[in-house]
Design a binder for this molecule. Structure first.
Ligand code: SF4
Length: 493
């Protein structure tokens, strides 16, 4: 194979997760899964945090290359700036024996060089340490002595008040000792990766837990093709590790499921539904559940986002900020539903308006159906702490909430097409013909959150308007689906 292929910090980390992934990345790059909006938002977030951290060391020279394939000029510029004792270099680039790394910030203080790598998280993970250890290896082998190596990460205790205080938002933790210890391991890692890339065939590595840890592999679509349709992977109540274990043992069909698993009520029921190819309905339990629900009924769903950089006073990094909700309301059985909605303006703290509108639209006493109340109750309680004068009303709304996930989570109803999923998206088409989420541009709550997060930095008005419309459509669909499922399930009893 291509014996001269260069390696980078990220390809070596990829190889540590799976050598096949490294090989495919270098030889079949186009087979990678498409980057979705959530991943793109995570990349964008990383860039923004990186740029913000540069302000801790102002006046630096940025030697980033114009594209990821032309690092030679960046390496040359880094070498020149170091020889001139330039005090701060952003994206300082080094190459040693075919391994390329770029460091977020290289800082000269009192004649000594310090390395800084920025991460948009609170904790320093094992992967971040390996990352830093690879950088340390290449930088020091290139001939630069590092006095210390810091990871700049976010401080969870920071609360924004006025302008961002970068010295408090970021925490610099020295990792020098740990990464020096890892040097022999890094040498082995490079050796193994070089060996893998010198082969003529794709490494024979089966799917496994490593496809998800530490990251979901972007060759999953390639390696898992066909496996997802495997019956065992369509059953809930068996965790992924167990499913992979069964798969590797060659047990792929529902009929091959060991007795031990069928002792689990959920698994037994789902395997029955799969074998009978029809829904299983526990009408008795459904009746009991429906007996507790009376009109008027609200169908409620909210969306929230977490920004790594706190945007509003009184918020911490990654704090949950609700930005949107949808409510369908039916006063009496048979009435036409009325729809209410709220979507925050991207430039202001939405929390007060969100709460005011929610409380205003739910004034009429009635039960509030939510599909999994965890997020809604948690968010409303947080808002109650911020606006204690409204806590009584908030408690009233929480007391009126009914978790409509229960009939599905507890298997009062299960259809084989749900494939072990209890999401509304999976349930809706099994109960209501012609209704699904297929034509929506926003796929799920994670994507809604990522889109709204990006709108906060978007300047193109038409793009903002476009995505606002789609966010409204998506959230409306969620409560519409909830309402439809509520009515359809009722018919079954
Ligand atoms: S999907 Fe799994 S087996 Fe395939 S390359 Fe990725 S980690 Fe390796």
């Amino acid at each position: 194979m291509a014996k001269t292929m260069s390696l980078s910090k990220s390809t070596l980390i990829r190889g540590l997760q799976c050598q096949k992934s490294l090989y495919l990345y270098k030889t079949a790059y186009n087979q990678r899964d498409k980057i979705d909006k959530v991943q793109q938002q995570i990349f964008n977030r990383g860039h923004r945090i990186g740029e913000l951290a540069q302000k801790l060391f102002p006046g630096g020279r940025d030697v980033s290359p114009p594209n990821p394939y032309s690092y030679d000029a960046s390496i040359a510029a880094t070498t020149a700036l170091i020889s001139l004792n330039f005090p701060v270099i952003y994206e300082a680039s080094f190459k040693y024996q075919g391994v390329l790394v770029a460091l977020d910030m290289l800082v000269l203080k009192e004649g000594k060089w310090y390395a800084y790598e920025v991460k948009s998280s609170f904790k320093i993970s094992k992967t971040y340490l390996l990352d830093a250890a690879i950088q340390y290896h290449v930088i020091t082998k290139s001939g630069l002595k590092l006095e210390d190596f810091f990871i700049l990460h976010l401080d969870s205790n920071y609360i924004k008040k006025g302008d961002l205080d970068l010295n408090k938002l970021f925490k610099a933790t020295s990792v020098l000792e740990e990464i020096v210890e890892k040097q022999p391991f890094i040498l082995e890692t490079i050796k193994q990766a070089t060996h893998t890339l010198s082969q003529d065939t794709v490494p024979d590595i089966s799917i496994g837990k490593h496809c998800f840890k530490p990251y979901t592999c972007d060759f999953k679509g390639y390696c898992w093709k066909g496996i997802a349709e495997n019956q065992i992977f369509d059953i809930g109540g068996i965790n992924l590790d167990e499913k992979i274990e069964l798969y590797l043992q060659g047990k792929q069909k529902i009929s091959e499921l060991p007795e031990l698993f069928l002792e689990r009520e959920k698994v037994k029921l789902q395997s029955q539904a799969l074998q009978q190819e029809k829904a299983i309905v526990n009408t008795e339990l459904l009746k009991q559940f429906y007996n507790k629900i009376q009109y008027p009924i609200y169908f409620f769903d909210l969306e929230a986002f977490q920004s790594a950089i706190p945007l509003f006073d009184g918020t911490a990094p990654f704090q949950n900020i609700p930005f949107q909700f949808s409510l369908h309301f039916i006063e009496k059985e048979g009435d036409k539903p009325i729809h209410f909605e709220f979507l925050a303006n991207e430039s202001e703290d939405p929390r007060k308006e969100f709460l005011d509108k929610f409380l205003e639209f739910t004034t009429i006493t009635g039960q509030i159906l939510v599909f999994n109340t965890l997020m809604e109750i948690g968010t409303l309680n947080q808002l109650g702490q911020l606006f204690p004068e409204r806590m009584k009303e908030i408690k009233d709304r929480i007391n009126r909430m009914v978790d409509f996930e229960i009939p599905f989570k507890d298997n009062y109803y299960y259809h084989p097409s749900m494939k072990g999923s209890y999401s509304l998206k999976a349930i809706l088409p099994t109960l209501v013909e012609g209704e699904d989420y297929q034509n929506l541009s926003v796929k799920d709550g994670q994507e809604a959150m990522a889109i709204f997060n990006e709108l906060l930095y978007e300047e193109d008005k038409s793009k903002i308007e476009f995505w606002r419309q789609h966010l409204l459509e998506y959230c409306k669909m969620d409560t519409w689906a909830l309402l439809q499922v509520f009515l359809a399930l009722k018919k079954l009893i």
